[in-house]
Write a protein that binds this ligand. Structure first.
Ligand code: HEM
Length: 468
């Protein structure tokens, strides 16, 4: 007995019912077919989960069965899927990489040590906004957040800066990243009907090969340079970044980590971390600019707790409950990965009275769960206050709020994402007011989404900073 679902068309199944924003279309379909729904996506069988109870059954009770991955063909480029922590099945190699992420890369101690590397990049963002403010220039907030995120990530990983604001010199890096995001995230007919893999009709596999190859070679150069510096002198001064940690681990530790694994892990972290966090920043600024009274409350809290012109320390975040509530509310409404990343059942399981066979693609519709009226009164309105008297976190224990997933596959970068996201938003609001006009398109147009590797705003957010 399988869960109910819409009738599948021959060959394509329900592919065309996914629409431009699959999280919206699937939420609508689940109103008819229920919170556990069957779909046929080309030749693969899929289930869609749209309630917090069933998400808990899958990600907690049956965590080990459902912790497989359904990988798009695009990540087969350069055999990335054979080494990537994001793509590997939940075997020993994946467990080793997860353990390294948890214990070595994203521990509180390690992130505290690399905090200074991130502070310098936030200062650059502040200077850029100041320059725009002095000349009355508009800021493309999504673009500025993306550049800063690339730099926060490259600082944390390699102590280097990938790109900067006003020059075109590093345009190539930005284009390479956008290329990877686009071709790994875009719907590919070969993912649903495998016979198409042979001809790659959309050219996605060829493009993914090109862009992933470029990024891998940039990372390879950085690793080689570091290995050279480490070998060059006995009094080599170790850096506080994650690459240094990984290279230390590769030299005779319990982890048995190869340079190839380091290269693909760094690629994964850059891809998984930059776009998601930048998109969350742009959505936060959008909601704050559309809701000026909430922006005033957040600024008032910052003035009172931190003061003006004083750079925030990451340890200050927990002293800013209104800002924390604001960010929770933003990623409730706009989870950057609304369907998480596709899971796969590694064996047969029983869920909510239905039999789910091995090799089923599992889509968890976090977006639908986050807007479920029985869990969230006025689900579509932006109300950070709803979190002030509730002890709900997004760390995977509360299934009504799962923007980072839950269980074994929960986002390992959550502690870093949390720090960077809060610090970025503070940098943008602490010392500036913003002039923003909704325009003829109206408020709702500013909340329109575009599905991809992470959900972007359909209309980029542009506003002019004004000195306080
Ligand atoms: C606001 C920012 C972010 C959001 C919303 C987010 C969300 C997610 C989600 C939903 C997943 C899939 C969970 C699942 O399969 O159930 C994921 C996986 C992952 N994330 Fe994040 N993420 C963010 C930032 C980051 C950062 C900063 C990093 C690293 C620096 C990172 C690294 C990863 C990796 C490596 C995986 C794959 C884990 C695995 O498959 O075992 N993420 N993230």
């Amino acid at each position: 007995k399988r869960p109910p679902g819409p009738y599948p068309f021959p060959i394509v199944g329900n592919i065309f019912q996914l629409g431009r924003n699959p999280h919206h279309s699937l939420a609508k379909l689940s109103k008819t077919f229920g919170p556990l729904m069957s779909l046929k996506l080309g030749s693969t069988y899929a289930i869609v989960v749209s309630s917090s109870e069933i998400a808990k059954e899958i990600l907690q009770k049956n965590d080990s069965v459902f912790s497989g991955r359904f990988n798009p063909v695009a990540v087969h480029a350069h055999d990335h899927h054979k080494t990537s922590v994001t793509c590997l099945p939940p075997g020993n190699q994946w467990k080793k990489l997860r353990k390294i992420c948890k214990e070595q890369l994203f521990s509180t101690h390690r992130l505290d040590a690399s905090q200074g590397l991130r502070e310098a990049n936030l200062q650059k963002l502040s200077e850029y906004v100041q320059k725009c403010c002095d000349s009355g220039r508009e800021v493309n907030i999504g673009e500025a957040a993306f550049i800063t995120m690339l730099n926060l990530m490259s600082a944390t990983l390699f102590s280097s800066e990938f790109t900067n604001f006003d020059s075109d010199t590093n345009q190539e890096i930005k284009e390479t990243f956008h290329g990877v995001m686009k071709y790994v995230g875009v719907p590919n007919i070969s993912d649903f009907i495998p016979i198409f893999k042979l001809i790659d009709p959309q050219g996605i596999e060829r493009k993914a090969e090109f862009y992933l190859g470029k990024l891998l070679s940039i990372i390879e150069d950085i690793i080689n340079q570091r290995l050279k510096s480490r070998g060059a002198s006995l009094d080599y001064q170790k850096k506080n970044d994650l690459l240094e940690t990984l290279l230390d681990l590769s030299e005779g530790s319990e982890y048995d980590l190869s340079t190839n694994e380091i290269q693909h892990l760094l690629l994964d972290l850059m891809i998984a971390g930059s776009d998601t966090t930048a998109s969350a920043t742009e959505w936060t600024m959008t909601e704050l600019l559309l809701n000026p009274e909430k922006l005033s409350k957040a600024k008032h809290e910052l003035r009172t707790v931190i003061g003006q012109n004083k750079q925030i320390q990451e340890s200050d975040i927990s002293k800013l409950p209104y800002l924390e509530a604001t960010i929770k509310e933003v990623i409730r409404l706009h989870p950057p990965a609304p369907l998480l990343a596709p899971h796969k059942s590694e064996g047969q399981a029983q869920v909510s009275g239905y039999i789910i066979p091995k090799d089923t693609r599992v889509l968890i519709n976090a977006w639908a769960i986050h807007r479920e009226p029985s869990l969230w009164p006025n689900p579509n309105s932006f109300e950070p206050e709803r979190f002030l008297d509730k002890n709900i976190s997004f760390r995977g224990q509360d299934f009504e709020l799962i923007p980072f997933g839950s269980g074994r596959r929960i986002c390992p970068g959550l502690p870093l994402a949390n720090r960077m996201l809060h610090a970025l938003v503070v940098t943008l609001i602490q010392n500036f007011d913003w002039k923003f006009e909704v325009g003829a398109e109206g408020e709702d147009a500013h909340r329109e989404e575009e599905f991809g590797l992470s959900v972007q705003k359909a209309i980029p957010l542009k506003a002019t900073p004004i000195k306080l």
